[in-house]
Design a protein around this ligand. Structure first.
Ligand code: PPE
Length: 319
């Protein structure tokens, strides 16, 4: 298990359209298009403390997804993926983080009023902060209590679920607030057909009879990078992973359930709507995959998949 996180620290320097600015100065105008209409695309990337220094997990895959989101949102990013990859590493190094969460966000600024973003310049920001266990250290270890949300995922042909677009997250926020109000740690959202899609900010996995099931792309989910990584780790262990649509009953057929995400990492679910899952604690398959994940990201075992990129520390700046 990972050690409990140190007290949270935010970046002193945030990269804003090409320059580093102080945290308190990274501000925008209240009439920016993004504030009114949620016109942003973003990423969440984790950097882990390893014996060789801070290493960023699947950096290029996250940057590529950011550009994919921007393309769908018709945002013409004034930087290359290579540039933004370097900036992410710079943000870690310049702030002297040993571990952190990196948040790139591209958004429409202030220009013409109204929906049509004519003359609204695009801004690119990369910030970072220290972020401990997203669903709590206790949840990571023993499992969280989840509920099925009364909110449904947007249907295909509506707000896209495969891109990380700011406005789309109003749905996740509503579901999360509902869960918190009712005393749950997380909400699981069904799609419009009633199939289980994902958590508010995580993908979902179901373990039944030793097999691992997860909804396929195209079923109202984000193509999670942690999701893909955990599928690979499971296959490395010779486990069977099947992408298939899941109805709500699968949640209760399951021997184990777990969530994956950059923020949530690999978090077990111990109950859904008050019904215990398996023994009501982290199950053996989840435990194995969670340790495989943490062993790799924290550099306890060799990075055999080439998932980590070193972000130099201030003492040893990268070239
Ligand atoms: N589904 C959704 C809807 C989602 O937002 C995330 C990431 C995932 C699945 C998992 O994807 P990946 O991180 O590539 O494995 N959610 C991000 C936002 C969390 C937040 O509160 O903000 C994250 O985990 O960074």
């Amino acid at each position: 298990m990972p050690k409990p996180p140190p007290p949270s620290r935010r970046a002193e320097a945030i990269w804003f359209d090409g320059d580093f600015v102080a945290w308190d100065e990274a501000n925008i105008h209240v009439l920016s298009h993004v504030i009114h209409y949620g016109s942003s695309v973003f990423e969440g990337i984790r950097c882990y403390r390893t014996p060789d220094g801070p290493k960023v997990f699947r950096l290029r895959d996250h940057v590529d997804r950011l550009f994919f989101s921007a393309r769908v949102a018709r945002m013409d990013v004034p930087h290359t993926p290579e540039e933004l990859t370097e900036v992410c590493l710079d943000v870690v190094a310049r702030n002297g983080f040993e571990e952190c969460y990196i948040r790139p966000v591209i958004f429409r600024g202030v220009g013409s009023m109204g929906l049509f973003p004519k003359d609204c310049p695009l801004h690119v920001v990369i910030a970072a902060w220290e972020w401990g266990a997203y669903l709590g250290a206790e949840g990571l270890e023993n499992g969280i209590d989840a509920m099925v949300s009364t909110w449904r995922k947007t249907p295909p042909g509506s707000i896209p679920t495969m891109i990380k677009m700011g406005g789309a997250y109003t749905l996740s926020t509503l579901a999360k607030m509902e869960a918190a109000r009712l005393g749950f740690s997380e909400a699981l959202l069904l799609d419009t057909e009633g199939r289980v899609a994902e958590g508010t900010g995580e993908n979902l996995f179901v373990v039944i009879d030793g097999k691992i099931l997860t909804p396929p792309l195209g079923y109202s989910i984000l193509g999670g990078i942690t999701r893909l990584s955990v599928m690979e780790l499971a296959r490395d262990r010779g486990m069977t992973v099947v992408e298939q649509p899941l109805t709500r009953e699968f949640l209760h057929l399951a021997d184990e359930l777990f969530l994956t995400g950059t923020a949530a990492e690999v978090t077990p679910i111990r109950s859904v709507d008050g019904i215990p899952i398996g023994a009501g604690k982290i199950g053996p398959v989840t435990k194995k995959l969670q340790s495989d994940f943490f062993d790799i990201v924290t550099g306890q075992v060799p990075d055999r998949h080439g998932w980590l990129t070193l972000a130099a520390t201030p003492e040893a700046p990268h070239p």
